[in-house]
Write a protein that binds this ligand. Sequence first.
Ligand SMILES: [Zn+2]
Length: 273
Amino acid sequence: MIKIVQICVAVLLFTVLSPLVHAVELQGQLVQGGLVWGQLSPGSEMSLNGEPVKVGQEGHFVFGFGRDEGPTASLVILHRDGKREERTLRIEKREFDIERVDGLPPKTVTPPPEWRERRKVETGKVREARSFLADNMHWSRGFIRPAEGRLSGFYGSQRILNGKPRSPHYGLDIAGPTGTPVHAPAGGVVRLAVPDFLLEGGIVIIDHGFGVTSTLFHMNSVDVKEGAWIHQGDLIGTIGATGRASGPHVDWRVNWKNVRLDPQLLISDSIED
Ligand SMILES: [Zn+2]
């Protein structure tokens, strides 16, 4: 009798669980600039457009889409039991703000060689700070706005000067008086904290785990140290106009590895269930 009950329970469980096992549920937003997360059985592997996606010890994963991603992306999952799941994800297209400015006097600025050398070192440090695939999962606890103030610049917007498209803006700009506190949008490890990069000025990069990072810059003061563990909401610096900035603000960027995401989608979205 007990055996029969056990078999029934096993069959029932199998019937209930099996449809879930091979159709992974994706949470988040399948949209340009969006972040997507979920959980597989531990030991599974995943790749997005041929790029490996970190799968944590408990099967968690996270990935994101760039500004110009789409119209589709290819997700491949190798489940622990050997089954292969291949999915074509449809990425929602967005309209970004494009501003055309014509009739500007041509500007010919050739940066001096020492400037270029220094810049190379700085961009190398930024790249390195974003290259970790740490095990912490601070990305899963949601994001908060790092500062109070007016939103003055948006992800994806682009200016076309004299017919020449400039590179799009990838951050969310929050403008406020110099000295306004800047808080960690999510917790993690501080991978970079420098007061005076050429373009970014005071810059902090926080590693939220699994390749997800926040970069905050133009800060007047940088009040954290590299290697420190910080919590969401901790003070990391203050708003400023350091580097190349037209007025005091903080520029907040979010990356998944080197893919640039839209920070605004993360604060309008609760990641935790
Ligand atoms: Zn900006």
